[in-house]
Design a protein around this ligand. Sequence first.
Ligand SMILES: CC(C)(COP(=O)(O)OP(=O)(O)OC[C@H]1O[C@@H](n2cnc3c(N)ncnc32)[C@H](O)[C@@H]1OP(=O)(O)O)[C@@H](O)C(=O)NCCC(=O)NCCS
Length: 263
Amino acid sequence: MADKSLDATTTTQTGIEAELPSVVVREFEPKDQVHVQRIFYEGLMEMISDTAFRGLRCHPESLLLYSAMAVVGFVVTACWWVIGLLPAVVLCGRYFCSRRVIHAYLKQAMKKDMGHIEEFYMKSPNSRLWVAVLEDQVVGVVAAVGQQDTRSSVELKRMSVDGRFRRRGVGLVLGWKVLEFAITRGYSTVVLGTTAYSPSAHQLYRRLGFQCTGVTNGYITPGATLSLFERIFYRVCHHYYSLEVKNIAIHRHPQTSVGVLTT
Ligand SMILES: CC(C)(COP(=O)(O)OP(=O)(O)OC[C@H]1O[C@@H](n2cnc3c(N)ncnc32)[C@H](O)[C@@H]1OP(=O)(O)O)[C@@H](O)C(=O)NCCC(=O)NCCS
């Protein structure tokens, strides 16, 4: 069995020395299930307003559509208040779509892996789920799923940190754990995808050394069933990130047994 815990003071492969709080990252245990599900649920719920409102700024094609709807509405009704009301209607519509999509995604995740964490992640040597423990509380979660046949890539999944413990290096340490998992098991790449618009997820992945390799505009979130109108009205971007780990080595600091990644 691999290391059960990881000291939290790390140097990333980008050479940034990070003095992190004493977060312990350990493998999931059945008693963590309720905490893991809560943190995952809360992180997902934040995505509703993130996608509905923050996401709007990233979709000029949607803004164009809403403007066209305003013009058509005005031409048909000849009422100025239609134009005045449209922003509220659009924002409510986006919130409604986003809520529906996120709830469908949550339902699918709970049915698949997050409802059966032990069976899904802990039975195979190619997958794992870890929790971050800080001040005796489970404060974060991350999972890794490796390709079994080719051993080429590991997918980083389910990254989420309790809102009360953010900006304390927990996400960084969880991400580092996935990189360590990939390296020790001989995978060459770590990949992930996110529909988040908030800078926190993107900055965290860049800070870990990931590079954005592509964006799908009009991504259909797993579990979601949207009508054609909803697909046009409510568009989502999915960012793909990747990091090659095959030339990264792990060293243990002789005194502190701290994990160090070097290229
Ligand atoms: C994304 C998330 C996991 C980050 O967790 P965290 O523990 O707060 O992250 P860290 O404290 O380890 O931050 C590491 C780096 O990420 C970046 N970062 C984190 N939060 C940020 C924010 N709000 N704004 C900008 N950069 C941020 C910074 O570069 C930070 O390094 P710094 O603090 O030295 O500047 C957390 O915000 C979260 O759970 N969000 C909701 C769920 C989510 O979006 N998950 C990812 C879906 S793919």
